[in-house]
Design a protein around this ligand. Sequence first.
Ligand code: DGY
Length: 349
Amino acid sequence: IFSHLRTRPKIVITRYLGPEASALVTHKHSYEVVQWPEDRSCERDWIIKNVPGASALVVTVVDKIDAEVLDAAGDSLRVVSTMSVGYEHLDVHAIASRGIKIGYTPEVLTDAVADIAVMLALMAGRNVRETMQIVDQGRWPDFSWAPFLFCGPQLGSSPVSPKRIAGFIGFGRISQATLARLIPFGVTGCLYTGNPQSEPNIDRDEALRQKLGLETLRRVDLDELARESDTIFVLAPGGPSTYHIVDETFLRKMKKTSILVNAARGSLVDSDALAKALREKWIWGAGIDVVEGEPNVAHDHPLVKEPRCVVIPHIGSATTETRVGMATLAIENAIATLTNQPMPKELRL
Ligand code: DGY
């Protein structure tokens, strides 16, 4: 009478994903759910030990899924579903070449990440790190109000600086949502760099320019982006093609009053070069949600030591609503595959 239990597909989940997502897999006991039990990142050995015989593997950005894990899983594995829009932690070619599908979670996090990109731009431009430290350390009495004390560059246009250009490295959903948020602040133009493999979309750009009421919206090369932008948002995927795209050469071309924001992946920005740019005042400030080598970013990290660098620990998508949406979608992608339905969000290479 228990024969049906033995044939239940096994789902291995590397983290507790909250009650909403968990309910989807425990519903009707249709699956054998094997879940990392602790409230910390899953150990790789645990994955290797538990993945054999799994039909679905649900992971987060901290789990490296490569040939070793796939070999351990064996032929049963049909889907690797990640609770993230980024997928640099997956060896996508090794996964796809075994005929295994890949699920990911785009769109549900666009607004949360765009919000934090704007927040970082404002925090960096308005010296929030330095000034909050002064208050936290009880030193406000040493700094009574003065006309130009702690002044930084304004995000939007003003009579003094009528043109304010937002620059984007990568111009996908999150960049476009960030740009839309910058319009009420008074940004007047947008420059962006795209994937060199793709053709510029001039009609789309003109339609978007008109819709947003911008003076300019153009795809440019990195050189022009660095020279002309007042705030630069790094919002492109990680991986070898974008590795250290913001390096010393790029930073040296940026305006002295400009801000750099990175809410994508740490690997896009050379941390040492950025620390040098801040120290030597080639640029005004930086706001970063991601750092190469994270989470190993201690108080003596070159960027953490820079007062004009606002550093937050990879919380771009961290609103409760968004994380519930991501967790639920990750599970839905897995279940869709196991029930032979189209995945809500399949990564197609
Ligand atoms: C992603 O989804 O790729 C983020 O970095 C995690 O929120």
